[in-house]
Design a protein around this ligand. Structure first.
Ligand SMILES: Nc1ncnc2c1ncn2[C@@H]1O[C@H](COP(=O)(O)OP(=O)(O)OP(=O)(O)O)[C@@H](O)[C@H]1O
Length: 213
C-alpha cells in the first residue's frame, strides 16, 4: 500500500503558468524519498498539495489508501502527516517554545499534563531542554528550525514531509539534525538542495521536471 499516491496532478497558481502538469508519484510505507529539481520546479507546491493546502485542477491525491478531496479529508491527512515548512516563521506562532510544542498535542485532545510531558520528551530527545521557556520569536534561525521539528514530532505523525529542514543550521547542528532524522521510524519525503543531507536522510530520488507551458 502506498502511503501517498499522486496521480496525473495538474496545478497552477491563479494567473500563473502551470507548475505541475501530469505529475504522478508514490511514497511507500517505510520509504525515504527525496524530491529533486531546480528552484521553482514545484517541490514545495507538491508537499502543499499532499496536505490539501493547495488543490490541483486535475488529478487525484490518495493518502493512506483514501482519495482526498474535501477539507475534512485533508484534516485527517494533516493530523497524520507532519510537514516541516521551509520557513519556521510559518509554523511557530505561540509566545513560548513550550506552548508551540504543546499546541499540537492539546489540539489532538491530550490533557495539559500529557501535553507538557510530550514537550519535555521532545525537548530531551532533540537535546533542546535549554530552550524550554524561551520566547519563540527571539530564537535564532537554527534554533527555530529545531523547535519546528519538535512541534511536528510532538503530533506523532506517521509520515514526515521535510522542506529544507537543515536550512540555517551550522555544521554541528546540521550533523545533529541528520542523525535525528536518520533515527526516526517514519517514512520521509524530503526536499533539500544539499546532496549530503539527501544522501544521509533520503537517498532514493524522485526527479521533477519543469511543467510544459
Ligand atoms: N503563492 C504563489 N503564487 C504564485 N506563484 C507561486 C506561489 N508560490 C509559488 N509560486 C511559484 O510556483 C513555482 C513553484 O514554486 P515552489 O516553491 O513549489 O518551487 P520549489 O521547487 O519548492 O522551489 P525552491 O527549490 O526554490 O524552494 C515557482 O515558479 C514559484 O514562483
Amino acid at each position: 500500500m502506498a502511503l501517498i499516491a499522486l496521480d496525473n496532478i495538474h496545478f497552477s497558481y491563479p494567473g500563473y503558468a502551470p507548475v505541475l502538469s501530469g505529475l504522478s508519484m508514490r511514497l511507500e510505507a517505510g520509504q525515504r524519498l527525496s524530491l529533486l529539481g531546480p528552484n521553482g520546479v514545484g517541490k514545495s507546491t507538491l508537499l502543499r498539495i499532499i496536505l490539501g493546502l493547495q488543490r490541483p485542477s486535475q488529478g487525484t491525491v490518495t493518502v493512506f489508501d483514501r482519495a482526498r478531496v474535501t477539507e475534512a479529508d485533508f484534516h485527517e491527512v494533516r493530523r497524520r502527516v507532519g510537514l516541516v515548512f521551509q520557513d519556521p516563521d510559518d509554523q511557530l506562532f505561540c509566545p513560548t517554545v513550550t506552548e508551540d510544542i504543546a499546541f499540537g498535542p492539546l489540539n489532538l485532545g491530550k490533557s495539559k499534563a500529557e501535553a507538557l510531558g510530550i514537550v519535555d520528551r521532545m525537548l530531551t530527545d532533540l537535546d533542546l531542554m535549554h530552550l524550554r521557556d524561551r520566547v519563540t520569536h527571539k530564537l535564532s534561525g537554527g534554533e527555530k528550525r529545531l523547535v519546528t521539528l519538535a512541534t511536528v514530532l510532538a503530533m506523532e505523525p506517521e509520515v514526515l514531509l521535510l522542506d529544507e529542514p537543515t536550512n540555517a543550521l551550522d555544521p554541528e547542528n546540521e550533523a545533529r539534525l541528520i542523525e535525528i532524522l536518520r533515527g526516526l521510524p517514519q517514512a520521509v519525503l524530503l526536499v533539500s538542495h544539499s546532496a549530503e543531507v539527501r544522501a544521509q536522510v533520503a537517498p532514493e530520488t524522485f526527479e521533477m521536471r519543469k511543467a510544459a507551458q
